[in-house]
Design a protein around this ligand. Structure first.
Ligand code: SF4
Length: 688
């Protein structure tokens, strides 16, 4: 150990902060992180990283890290040893399972943990407990995008690679604050604009950095994306500008789909979106005349009551214009967390086994039952949103949350934390004593990505390995190891000594990952799923057709029903999103003093017009009230927002103002909270 302290080690790892999936060498001396060094040829990022990937590592050695298991004693926690904690969990969970059935327990997995950890978490829920009540945080973000893609093209992932976005003739971003949320990807677009004359169209309600850089910035009314997309698609078809050859050969359902577009006239769309008819025509012309179009979208699309439908509309447009099956084209839902793609891919979902095989599919389930030696439940489980409701209703009594600060990031958090208080038994496994963990009966100390091995899958379906750069801190353990120890307590002979064995099992069970091996992922090597048994991977999807019986994609009919608007009392619309410097609830990035100094507090962006109308100045203190709750925050006046629209960053050092305001409304197809549909009133507490 003394020798090791003296030595500088360089270890390949993958960034834990966003779905771009930058990989780099981390230089360490003992536990000290010295620097981050991207390698030429890193698949997603080459030699680039952003501020989070470069400097966001202080959390690994933070004093606030949990170091020992904790068990609740009255209103405080007591440190215990691992045996005591695991035995307690086994006893309490068994009791709930015996008394109330396996579905009285629910599990939330983490998009910050590895693929292997998602796999064992769903295995624990399904095999050991016997429930499909397992979900992950993509329910808060990109599940609607996955839904839209499943309906139309059959794979819930980016159609191609970041290289394809960079080589498209026209890139369109919708509801994506790309420069702050996916910085290295945004740089690729900026470079292509400069070097190859790539065109960038940005659709958003807020004028963020990419909007300023766009060739065209289109700012429509909140929640109206479905309408302009459908109207533009209709106009393209009406003009005969659609790709007939592609549709004939590759897509089912054209005529009934076309009929379903009838309401989306230019006049109607203009009224709903605020775009002029000429603008809509110009958009249609640009899209249909570009050789290749890649559409990127994010939470601005998905976190609405029609998030799945809007994602579907995007895919319909791409199908109508033949923008699948070729480089530079396709659908790119930009994944937020570093492993939000992988966490769902590896089965932490209530309806899907790993590799998106339905739990109700007897063949697929049978494969797992044979290997695992138990009969699995064929009942679709509860998603995150349904779990919280079921706790309130008394149907879920025990919960296990791994690496997720549900009590901060879920919508309507007053309602969520009230649910936590009702639980009979609550386990949280994390690096920190998060807001959520404060409600737990047992808290298990997990270790960070630098202290373990495994794989992450980035937004382009790229599976990459991370290696252990340092020993786990004190008594912390990797999530997969904790779950393995726990399963053994329940009498299941999980023999994993290393995550590689977990991947072997996943590859054996799952056609999507059939050829994934650690060997093929060594160092900076990577694989984009689906991976054939011989190791051939798939940078560009659908070249052999779409994964349906007749190899054809489907147009999917949708209509527009808007259930949200501001009103006389709640007269302001709140938008929300990330800040460049911070990651999500901020449990990790706020541990970096350098980053925190730069952006210490939460604030609300107010337009100059509104500031004048309400007589507030920069730094004024306001109270925002929605039907669900109240948040108090400082005013920042900027023309990034206009009129009666406010912008509230969701990273606010654990104070989570946004989610005191969000309510229980959800995307009707996936139960993803409609975070982007908040109407508030603003009271001025201090004008400054
Ligand atoms: Fe990490 Fe994303 Fe920044 Fe890359 S772009 S360094 S993956 S946060």
């Amino acid at each position: 150990a003394a020798m090791r302290k003296e030595r500088i080690d360089k270890t390949k790892t993958v960034c834990t902060y966003c779905g771009v999936g930058c990989s780099f060498d981390v230089w360490t001396k003992g536990r000290e992180v010295l620097k981050i060094e991207p390698q030429p040829g890193s698949p997603a990022n080459d030699i680039s990283t952003c501020v989070k990937g470069k400097f966001g590592w202080d959390y690994v050695n933070s004093d606030e890290r949990l170091t020992k298991p904790l068990v609740r004693e009255g209103d405080h926690f007591k440190e215990v040893d691992w045996d005591t904690a695991l035995e307690f969990i086994e006893r309490e969970m068994t009791k709930l399972k015996v008394e109330n059935g396996p579905d009285s327990l629910a599990f939330i997995s983490s998009s910050k943990a590895t693929n292997e950890e998602s796999f064992v978490m769903q295995k624990f829920a399904r095999q050991v407990i016997g429930t499909n009540n397992i979900d992950n945080c993509s329910r808060y973000c990109q599940t609607p995008a996955t839904k839209g893609l499943f309906r139309t093209v059959g794979h819930g992932g980016d159609s191609g690679s970041i290289d394809d976005i960079a080589s498209a003739q026209l890139v369109i971003t919708i509801g994506s604050n790309t420069a702050e949320s996916h910085p290295v990807l945004a740089s690729r677009i900026k470079r292509s604009q400069k070097l190859y004359g790539q065109k960038l169209f940005v659709f958003d309600i807020r004028k963020h950095e990419m909007a300023r850089r766009a060739d065209e910035f289109f700012s429509n009314h909140p929640g109206s994306d479905l309408v302009w997309i459908s109207a533009v698609t209709k106009y393209i078809i009406d003009q005969g500008w659609h790709d007939r050859t592609f549709i004939d050969e590759w897509v089912n359902g054209f005529s009934s789909y076309y009929q379903s577009l009838e309401p989306f006239t230019l006049k109607y769309a203009s009224g709903v979106t605020g775009f002029s008819e000429d603008t809509l025509k110009q958009i249609a012309k640009s899209i249909s005349s570009a050789e290749t179009v890649s559409i990127c979208w994010a939470m601005g699309v998905t976190q609405h009551q029609q998030g799945s439908d809007t994602s579907t509309a995007i895919s319909n447009l791409l199908l109508a214009t033949g923008n699948y099956r070729k480089n530079g084209a396709g659908a790119y839902p930009l994944r937020g967390h570093n492993n939000v793609q992988g966490c769902s891919d590896f089965g932490s979902m209530p309806n899907f086994l790993p590799g998106y095989e339905l739990i109700t599919d007897d063949d697929a389930r049978g494969r797992y039952e044979n290997l695992w030696g138990v009969e699995l439940s064929r009942e679709i489980g509860k998603d995150n949103h349904q779990m919280i409701k079921a706790i309130h209703d008394g149907n879920v009594k025990g919960m296990f949350v791994l690496g997720e600060d549900t009590g901060v990031v879920d919508s309507n958090i007053n309602y969520v934390t009230e649910a936590f208080e009702k639980l009979d038994f609550f386990v949280v496994q994390d690096l920190f004593l998060t807001k959520t963990a404060e409600y737990a009966d047992v808290v298990l100390p997990a270790c960070s990505s630098l202290e373990k091995e495994g794989t992450f899958t980035n937004t382009e379906r790229r599976i990459q390995r991370l290696y252990r750069a340092m020993e786990p801190l004190e008594e912390t353990k990797p999530d997969w190891e904790i779950l393995t120890l726990l399963a053994r307590r329940f009498g299941y002979d999980w023999e994993y000594q290393h995550p590689e064995q977990i991947m072997e099992e996943a590859a054996f069970l799952t056609p999507l990952f059939a050829g994934v091996t650690y060997n093929r992922l060594e160092g900076y090597k990577s694989l984009q799923w689906p991976v054939a048994p011989d190791g051939t991977d798939t940078p560009l999807l659908f070249t052999d057709g779409f994964p349906f019986e007749d190899s054809k994609a489907n147009f999917f009919e949708i209509s527009y029903q808007m259930d949200y608007s501001t009103n006389e009392e709640f007269d302001l619309h709140v938008n929300n999103g990330r800040l460049l410097e911070h990651f999500h609830e901020g449990n990790m990035t706020y541990k970096s003093p350098g980053i925190t100094r730069k952006t210490p507090n939460a604030f609300v962006e107010v337009s100059p017009e509104l500031a004048e109308e309400r007589g507030v100045q920069e730094g004024a203190l306001v109270r925002l009230t929605s039907p669900a709750g109240v948040a108090t925050t400082e005013v920042h006046i900027t023309d990034r927002v206009k009129g009666k629209e406010l912008y509230l960053p969701l990273n606010d050092n654990g104070k989570s103002a946004v989610n005191f305001l969000t309510d229980n409304s959800v995307d009707k197809d996936t139960n993803t909270p409609a975070y982007k549909e908040i109407a508030v009133k603003m009271d001025v507490l201090k004008k400054k």
